[in-house]
Design a protein around this ligand. Structure first.
Ligand code: FAD
Length: 289
């Protein structure tokens, strides 16, 4: 494995190097995906551009909207006090990524750009309607996270672009989120299935005004279960409505069978986890009242 290692000390310098190397280069954040892929020979960049000494990409800003710098680690998300409450799913997604060592260095930006169908934090951001911002030699552009990943490892990022942040609007009143993951073990396990849910109820906390249901590890990219979402709009969150939403989501997903689980088992997990995640959102909204 031969490559040249670069350590820019500003965003501008990082972007210049990205532009110079294009598809021959790769940005290095926590390295927990990149280094493994390089060691396995799946990726052979001739230039590795470390982001470790680049300041300004590791901030969490919570004002009118919530902005996560690309270098925010999963550990930071897990410990961010302002996410307790309506944004609990961000904490729940981050705290099940790998083990402590991984979470200390692995970043939100890496999770998004790596575009694994089984990523845990990206689906939560999708449920929050996040948009991502890329900065390249031609300037900055933002696009919905939903339009970012198109296949495993394939994104709309151009090779010379640095992902700088993810951003989403703060949630309206009577909203909650939840994230659930099923793996074969309880820790250090990538998802067999994961589910991120977001629910906003009306002022009487009876009916569902808005809902997002995002499924991970059951399609080439994390996917929204739109039929399940549609079925819940305007409806009370009854046990039957939640069960039906779970069933609808299981019908929409496109899981594969592999050594870790059969497609049928994954679809059954989707039905159960969707039902539970939605129920958890409902409980959280009522508890916060
Ligand atoms: C033992 C182990 C367990 C794991 N468990 C989980 C798990 O449970 N759940 C889960 O979701 N993931 C898991 N992962 C995968 C990984 O930790 C996460 O995807 C992590 O968020 C990747 O972040 P990183 O900073 O390490 O990315 P890196 O490895 O540094 O980068 C990943 C990719 O993104 C690119 N990149 C990174 N940052 C930027 C940027 N700002 N702009 C442009 N391109 C960029 C890199 O060039 C590379 O292609 C695990 C990994 C290991 C090794």
């Amino acid at each position: 494995m031969h490559f040249e290692y670069h350590e820019p000390t500003s965003v501008r310098e990082a972007v210049e190097l990205g532009a110079r190397f294009g598809a021959d280069g790769r940005f290095l954040a926590g390295g927990t995906d990149l280094l493994i892929q390089m060691r396995r020979g799946q990726l052979r960049p001739r230039h590795v551009v470390s982001l470790h000494r680049v300041p300004g990409l590791d901030a969490i800003d919570v004002d009118g909207a919530v902005t996560l710098g690309a270098l925010v680690t999963h550990r930071r998300l897990e410990r961010e006090p302002s996410f307790r409450g309506a944004l609990q799913a961000l904490i729940e997604g981050a705290e099940v990524v790998g083990g402590h060592q991984i979470r200390n260095v692995a970043t939100v930006g890496g999770n998004i750009v790596n575009a694994s169908p089984a990523a845990d934090v990206a689906p939560v951001l999708l449920a929050l309607d996040a948009e991502v911002t890329c900065l390249g030699p031609g300037g900055e552009r933002s696009l919905p996270l939903e339009a970012f990943a198109s296949a495993p490892g394939v994104t709309a990022r151009r090779p010379d672009e640095l992902l700088t942040r993810a951003r989403f609007a703060r949630l309206p009143p009577h909203s909650a989120t939840a994230f659930l993951k099923a793996g074969r073990r309880r820790a250090m396990e990538i998802s067999l299935v994961c589910v991120a849910a977001r629910v906003t109820l009306d002022a009487s906390r009876e009916r569902c005004l808005d809902v997002r249901i995002v499924l991970g590890a059951v399609a080439p990219t994390a996917m929204r279960a739109r039929a399940a979402e549609l079925g819940l709009r305007g409806q009370p969150l009854t046990a039957q409505a939640l069960r039906e939403a779970g069933r609808a989501a299981a019908g929409e997903c496109r899981p594969i069978s592999d050594v870790r689980a059969s497609a049928r088992y994954r679809a059954l997990l989707v039905a159960t986890l969707v039902e539970r995640a939605l129920a958890r959102c409902g409980e959280r909204i009522r508890q916060a009242a």
